[in-house]
Design a protein around this ligand. Structure first.
Ligand code: BG6
Length: 463
C-alpha cells in the first residue's frame, strides 16, 4: 500500500494506431511503413499488392469499435488514454499540400468520445509508422525534406485538435532507429551508421520544430519526447564493465539529452569521430534544437546487462534491444526480464538528469491468456507484474521524482509490434482474435480489469 500518488496523477492505458485501428486503406488512408511489415518490426518488408492481407489490416478494428472500447476504459476509471494518430490518415503519401478531411474527422470522433467520458488524451504524433510515400519518393528521414513534411503534419493536427488535446508526444521510442532503421526512420536495415545518425538528426530537428509549433499553436498545451527506457546494468563491478555500461546507456540517453537540453552532448563528438560518422548539422538546425520538450516520457518493460567479457557477452532479444540477461531476474514467456525495481532506478536516473516531469507511457506484460470453462480469464501474472511496477512508481514519487502519470501498454489486447502476434496479450480486456486472424473480435473483461479499476479508484492505495 502506498500513499504516494498525487490527486492529479493521470491513470490509464496506451495504444498505437497501427496496432489497433485496422481499416488500413479506409477513408483515404495511405500505406505506412507498418503496412509493409505484416509480420512486425522483425519480419520481412514487403510491397503491398491488391488482395494481400495482413493481421494489422483489421487489427482489433478499433477504427469502428472505438466507442465500445473507450467506454470499457472509462469503466475502469481511466483518466488518460494514450493513442497515436496515423500520419497516413492525415497525409496519405506524406508530401501533399492539403490534409485528408476524412482522416481528420475520424480523430475528431475519437477525441469527442474520450471527452464524453472525461478521459484526457495523450497523443503520439508518430508511432512506428510513417507514410510509405515518403520512404519511396523521398528516402524517408534520410531526406531533410521530411522535416518540412512532418512539421506540416504536426501543425495541421495541432490546429485541428488544439482545443481537445493538450498533451502530446513527438516520436515513439525515438532511440529505436538504431536497432530497426526501417521502422524508425524509413531507411533500409543495412544502412550505414552515418546514414542512420543523419536521419536521426533530421528527426530530432523535426521533433524540436513540432515542440515550437505546439507552443505557438496550443499555448496551454504540453509536449514530451518518448524514449525506449533501455536501462542497462553492469554485469559485474569491474570498472571496465561499469564504464561500458555508461557508454551503452548513453546510446539511448543521447536522444533525451538533445530533446531536453537543446544541443548535442559533448560525448557524441568523440563517438562520431571514433566511428567515422559524419553528419550535416546546420546553424539553423542548432537554433531549432534549442526548443526543448516540456516533459520526458518513456516505455519500460525490462532491463538488461552489459559485459566486456566476450565469453559472457551472450545477448538475448528483448523489447527491440539485445541485452545480456541478468542472472538475478526471472523472464516473461517471451524472454523479457522482469525488473520492477529497475523502474524506480530509471525514474530517479531520468529525474536527476533532466529535472523535468516524467510520464510512464508504456509498461506491461505480454503473456498467453486462457479462457476458463466458466468464461473467466485469471491473469494473476499480469496483475503481479503491474502491481510490482506500480509499487516502485510509488517509491520513486516518495524519492521526490515528479511523475505525471502511468499508461499501461495495451489495456486492450492488440497486435504486437515486434512480431505482429495477437497471442501475446497485454490487455485488461481480452479480444477474441488469434494469430491467424480467426475470432469474433468480441471484448471480454479479464480479472486484471477489476484489479486496475480498484487501483485507479483508490489512487494507488490498493497496491
Ligand atoms: C514498445 C512499442 O516498444 O513495446 C509498442 O512502443 C509495442 O508499440 C510494445 O507494442 C511491446 O512490444 P511488443 O513487440 O510485445 O508489441
Amino acid at each position: 500500500m502506498t500513499q504516494a500518488f498525487p490527486a492529479d496523477f493521470l491513470w490509464g492505458g496506451a495504444i498505437a494506431a497501427n496496432q489497433v485501428e485496422g481499416a488500413y486503406l479506409t477513408d483515404g488512408k495511405g500505406l505506412s511503413t507498418s503496412d509493409l511489415q505484416p509480420r512486425g518490426i522483425f519480419g520481412e518488408i514487403t510491397e503491398r499488392h491488391e488482395g494481400d492481407s495482413g493481421i494489422k489490416d483489421l487489427a482489433i478494428d478499433f477504427y469502428h469499435r472505438y466507442p465500445e472500447d473507450i467506454a470499457l476504459f472509462a469503466e475502469m476509471g481511466f483518466t488518460c488514454l494514450r493513442i497515436s494518430i496515423a500520419w497516413t490518415r492525415i497525409f496519405p503519401q506524406g508530401d501533399e499540400e492539403q490534409p485528408n478531411e476524412a482522416g481528420l474527422a475520424f480523430y475528431d470522433r475519437v477525441f469527442d468520445e474520450m471527452a464524453k467520458h472525461n478521459i484526457t488524451p495523450l497523443v503520439t504524433l508518430s508511432h512506428y509508422e510513417m507514410p510509405y510515400g515518403l520512404v519511396k519518393n523521398h528516402g524517408g528521414w534520410g531526406s531533410r525534406d521530411t522535416i518540412g513534411f512532418f512539421t506540416r503534419y504536426a501543425r495541421t493536427v495541432f490546429q485541428r485538435y488544439g482545443a481537445k488535446v493538450k498533451h502530446w508526444l513527438t516520436f515513439n521510442e525515438i532511440n529505436m532507429s538504431l536497432h530497426a532503421p526501417f521502422t524508425g526512420v524509413g531507411l533500409p536495415e543495412a544502412s550505414s551508421k552515418s546514414e542512420i545518425y543523419q536521419a536521426i538528426h533530421h528527426q530530432l530537428v523535426a521533433s524540436a520544430a513540432a515542440v515550437k509549433a505546439l507552443h505557438e499553436i496550443i499555448p496551454d498545451g504540453k509536449i514530451g519526447n518518448m524514449l525506449l527506457g533501455g536501462l542497462l546494468y553492469p554485469l559485474t563491478c569491474k570498472p571496465e564493465d561499469v564504464l561500458e555500461t555508461q557508454r551503452q546507456n548513453r546510446d539511448w540517453l543521447f536522444f533525451g539529452d538533445v530533446q531536453a537540453r537543446g544541443y548535442y552532448p559533448a560525448y557524441m563528438n568523440r563517438y562520431f569521430r571514433e566511428n567515422n560518422i559524419q553528419i550535416e548539422i546546420t546553424d539553423e538546425d542548432r537554433e531549432t534544437l534549442k526548443e526543448t520538450i516540456d516533459f520526458i516520457s518513456f516505455s519500460y518493460y525490462m532491463s538488461g546487462c552489459v559485459t566486456t567479457d566476450e565469453a559472457q557477452n551472450q545477448k538475448a532479444r528483448g523489447n527491440i534491444l539485445n541485452m545480456v540477461p541478468n542472472p538475478h531476474l526471472a523472464s516473461s514467456d517471451w524472454g523479457w526480464q522482469i525488473d520492477p525495481v529497475g523502474l524506480r532506478i530509471l525514474l530517479n536516473l531520468l529525474w536527476d538528469r533532466y529535472q523535468k516531469p516524467l510520464f510512464i507511457v508504456e509498461n506491461g506484460l505480454g503473456a498467453k491468456d486462457k479462457i476458463e470453462a466458466d468464461g473467466t480469464i485469471q491473469d494473476d501474472y499480469r496483475i503481479q507484474y503491474l502491481n510490482d511496477h506500480l509499487v516502485q512508481v510509488g517509491e520513486a514519487i516518495e524519492d521526490g521524482v515528479e511523475v505525471m502519470g502511468y499508461t499501461a501498454w495495451g489495456p486492450i489486447d492488440l497486435v504486437s509490434a515486434s512480431k505482429a502476434e495477437l497471442s501475446k496479450r497485454y490487455g485488461f480486456i481480452y479480444v477474441d482474435r488469434d494469430d491467424n486472424g480467426e475470432g469474433s473480435l468480441e471484448r471480454r473483461r479479464k480479472k486484471s480489469f477489476s484489479w486496475y479499476q480498484e487501483v485507479i479508484r483508490s489512487k494507488g492505495k490498493s497496491l
